[in-house]
Design a protein. Sequence first.
Length: 158
Amino acid sequence: MAEKHIVCHGAICMCNFGATPDKLVVKSHKKEFINDKNGSKKLIASDKELGPTFEKNTFGPCQKQPMGNSYKPCQAVVTKWSGFYEKVILENKGKILLEDAKATCPIGGSDCIKITFHGQVNAPEASSAKNANPEIMSALNPMVDMEEFEDQDAPYYS
């Protein structure tokens, strides 16, 4: 089985019956972070992210609600999540959402909202360059002088 990413604040979600993605907003706690060096932006999402828990709380026109020649606007509300990690419980008593988790909406039905991007981003730092193999890095990026990153205390991979 492939490794799955943990979902965090800012994850992109989409409803099967909508036309526009929306960002997940973690509102259930303020303490447990991932992929966030300063512990201030990327709260871990859990199955406790219920109700209107998106940035705009809409996925655009809802195909489940026809109105004449168009559709009523979506009013995204999560009633429950499936596909969470059972073995870890956060301080808010929630279970961590994984990237294949799905949410239920009272209008769209069971598992109609899916996560299209988990929200984590790769943020390399100077220490990443210091720990990189200089030969590989110079082959990948010949414009960078890896000697600038050399440090006596930083190990190099061999």
